[in-house]
Design a protein around this ligand. Structure first.
Ligand code: F6P
Length: 470
């Protein structure tokens, strides 16, 4: 299959720039998708002429596909050309929840808990067949959309097989793959059944170029390819550290809806001179929210001088609620936050203000208020929150940062760096962060913001495109 017409640039990802919700009157409203991948790719904008191929993620999305014929109304997408694929619900669920989120995500974030997990059995093989079918559907859609010699940028662990499959259909294309997650160290990667480990690597190596958020993840991938397959073949390996979009954030964070949320948060904080420790995450196992709360609890227990003087704004938004382990984790976060409030709270002071309803405007308001940002994942591809808070914090915030976040590579020098498993050390880092002399804190925040915005999303995307075409 080859075409002289079609798009010169294509992007492919599971989650697209928008997803839909049906209103009471049956109308469909588009909402911007969440997460780092969408934040990065949304900035590519309509002027690059790229076609973004993504999957319908819900029944409402499928309805939008039916109504639009799969090419979303540009009025819904800010002008971006989007082709949304209606992949059979069972195939999508098995590929997304089964393989991508319960296997590949767990491998790359090293989340399995022996002796119960993982078990690669018949169910796994059924889900794997769906993962192959899902990747094939993307490969076929991309092959049909791409002009001769077009550049195709395929995103993430959902689509590891698509590069190889697309190469088989369209040898003329320039294909890139980008991983937004960490890459597992080889001994952990080899938890996967041998044939699956090989397929994942060969799939990505079907691309001309495989790129990662940090050198650490790129090195881990190369090591896996070397040990499992004997090498990376002709595929080039690259690193592009996605940065925060300062211009977008500053404009968006000073709109009236954010000001309103800011006033409401100030009320919840109470007391004019209270400090804030801010975290904003999907309620995601790898984000380590419970240990973060336990560290805050330890701070209040071990350093009573902070009682009544600090409030932890913990925003933990629902994620992957189809998976029981995520639902349980969500409950645990709420339980630990409530326990801290019961133990230390007073009639005039709520130590933890937990918000679980996703609200981007409120997140931006919290960023503006932050004295300390707490980013303590056990493993994270990058973590854009670590990069976004220093850009918006009005007093210049301190950053407590896990050494296992990709952002550590760029921000480590000016952050207070922690081992994310060590709650006592994390509590001490919070104390240190809250106690930094103002001049030091402000100077660090300035350097953090500069490093965080070194490669904004549009440049990040264009750099990959340039390398691919190079
Ligand atoms: O690779 C990470 C990622 O794709 C990010 O874009 C985002 O943080 C998250 O995963 C989104 O996950 P989901 O699409 O399953 O909500």
């Amino acid at each position: 299959m080859s075409s002289t017409q079609g798009a010169q640039v294509l992007v492919a990802s599971n989650r697209g720039p928008v997803s839909y919700v049906t209103g009471a009157d049956g109308s469909l409203t588009a909402r911007r998708g969440g997460g780092g991948l969408v934040s990065g790719l949304s900035a590519i904008g309509p002027d690059t002429d790229a076609v973004w191929v993504c999957a319908a993620l819900s029944e409402d999305d499928r309805e939008a596909v039916r109504r639009s014929g799969g090419r979303l109304d540009p009025a819904d997408t800010g002008g971006q050309s989007v082709r949304m694929l209606d992949i059979a619900p069972q195939v999508h669920t098995e590929a997304y929840n089964g393989i991508a989120n319960s296997v590949l995500w767990f491998v790359h974030h090293m989340l399995y808990q022996t002796p119960l997990e993982p078990v690669f059995d018949e169910d796994f093989r059924t889900q794997w067949a769906s993962y192959e079918a899902y990747n094939q559907a993307f490969a076929e859609a991309l092959a049909a959309e791409a002009a001769e010699g077009a550049a195709v940028l395929i995103q993430d662990y959902h689509l590891t097989l698509a590069p190889g499959m697309l190469r088989a259909l369209r040898p003329d294309l320039r294909i890139g793959h980008f991983s937004h997650t960490p890459w597992a160290p080889v001994d952990y990667f080899r938890i996967l059944p041998d044939d699956i480990a090989e397929k994942v690597l060969r799939g990505i190596l079907g691309a001309d170029r495989a790129a990662f958020l940090t050198r650490r993840w790129a090195d881990a991938f190369e090591e896996c390819a070397r040990r499992v397959l004997g090498g990376t073949g002709n595929t080039r390996i690259g690193v592009h550290g996605l940065g925060a979009d300062a211009e977008f954030l500053r404009e968006r964070a000073h709109r009236p809806d954010v000001d309103e949320r800011l006033a409401a948060l100030r009320e919840q904080i109470g007391g004019t001179d209270r400090r804030t420790v801010v975290r904003v995450d999907r309620t995601e196992l790898s984000k380590n929210i419970v240990r973060g709360l336990l560290a805050y609890r330890h701070l209040l227990a071990a350093r009573p001088e902070w009682r009544e003087r600090v409030v932890h704004l913990a925003f933990a938004y629902p994620s992957r609620q189809d998976l029981a382990v995520y639902r349980d984790y969500t409950d645990e976060v709420a339980r630990v936050a409530a326990d801290i409030n019961a133990e230390f709270g007073t009639p005039t002071w709520t130590p933890v203000v937990l918000h679980v309803k996703d609200d981007f405007s409120r997140s931006l308001a919290a960023y503006r208020l932050a004295d300390v940002a707490l980013v303590n994942p056990v493993r994270d591809g990058m973590n854009l929150v670590a990069k976004e808070v220093p850009v918006l914090a009005e007093q210049g915030c301190a950053l407590v940062l896990s050494r296992e976040a990709g952002a550590y590579e760029e921000l480590g020098e000016d952050a207070l760096v922690v081992n994310p498993y060590d709650v006592i050390a994390t509590a001490e880092a919070l104390h240190e962060a809250l106690s930094l002399p103002e001049a030091d804190r402000v100077a660090r925040a300035g350097r953090l913001a500069a490093a965080a915005t070194a490669l904004p999303p549009k440049e990040w995307f264009l750099a990959q495109l340039g390398e691919l075409r190079g």
